[in-house]
Design a protein around this ligand. Sequence first.
Ligand code: ASP
Ligand code: MG
Length: 423
Amino acid sequence: MSKVIVFKFGGASVKDADSIKNLSKIIFKRLQNPTIIVVSAMGKSTNALEAILDLKLRKNDISSNIHIFQKYHLDICHQLFPSQHRVFSELNGQFLSLSKLLEEELNVENYDEFYDRTICYGELISTIIIQSYLMLSGIRCSWQDARECIATNSDFRLATVDWEQTTQQCNTILKPILTDQTIITQGFIGRDPQGKTTTLGREGSDFTASILAFCLEAGEVTIWKDVPGVLNADPKLFDKTTKFEELDYREAAELTYYGASVIHPKTIKPLANLNIPLIVRSFLEPDEKGTIIHNVPKTNQTPCIVVKGNQILVSFRVNDFTFINESHIHQIYAVLEKLKLKVNLLQTSAISISIVIDEQIFKLEKLVQELAADFTIRYNEKLFLLTVKNHHEASVKELSANKEIMLEQITRNTFQMVYKPIL
Ligand code: ASP
Ligand code: MG
């Protein structure tokens, strides 16, 4: 069998009937190799499911939100399929089991597990619709439940992959199908040893594509995006951007670490380990080349700007008038590790430690609870973290305008600031 190719389509590329038709055209033209298509939930439907969970947790009525979620998918199907098509009964089956699940008790204790059980419906439903549409368009393809392949631990909402088990499952389940059919499967979801649904973290479908590619030793992964490739800044935020023709694995990984949302941060490593090229290209202009991420010996000097929203700046001040020392840092980091909170930026002074973290439900409260006895803790929410790699003075000055800057850090290569926009 020739090398497997993995394609990944995110929510924006399958947000409506026209997008799904476009996806099918893209696939149809590129079926030379055995192919796996990884698809996310359609449009903003993961957010919609999160909103439902949020309402339910606060004991609000969710019926109209459920209705909107169902109607969104049904409207798309009415544009793609004849009214008697079997996709409608399959969808109704999914809607029914989702509604049943949402009648169960949800509370702070079971939230993460319940979240994964609920949120996976976005991906399950989108792949059911798209598999049906591809078949209707004459592409022989098989629907695969990703949970049968992606084995994880039980850290709900941010599960860790069991690589050995996953490799074994991918080889036994996927390889035989790939000999004569394209496979379509869900991004972002997996299964723990007890058979419970897990997820890999928001926007984790890129990572799924990379996991499958690694386990099957694929020839190439393509992520289809609404941008022409990897750019040096988000075109939704900046007017002048440059597209990279190619980028080194390390460089791309660093940009994702700072929050570049073009690729999920965990995507690069498995591919780099096996030297599998990652191509980021536009589903709007599928014949354009995009960006290829692989081994590039020379380092890039173009300034890259990454803006990450929903940031919280937390500062810990020691209560007993001692200076900040290693044991304070150790103590804080131990709690951060326990809560699975990643520090996006760290700054220490004589009497305080400041960290910047992503906003995540319940986490800040828990962090404060655990450390309140030893530190006076203050925090600011709704902030942005801006990172400029390969900065020069002019770019930094320009970027600092109209912002209330709360913290700044500068090294030879990298400039970072935490700010609140001045409206
Ligand atoms: N649907 C999930 C999310 O929106 C996974 C993904 O899109 O990659 O986070
Ligand atoms: Mg998504």
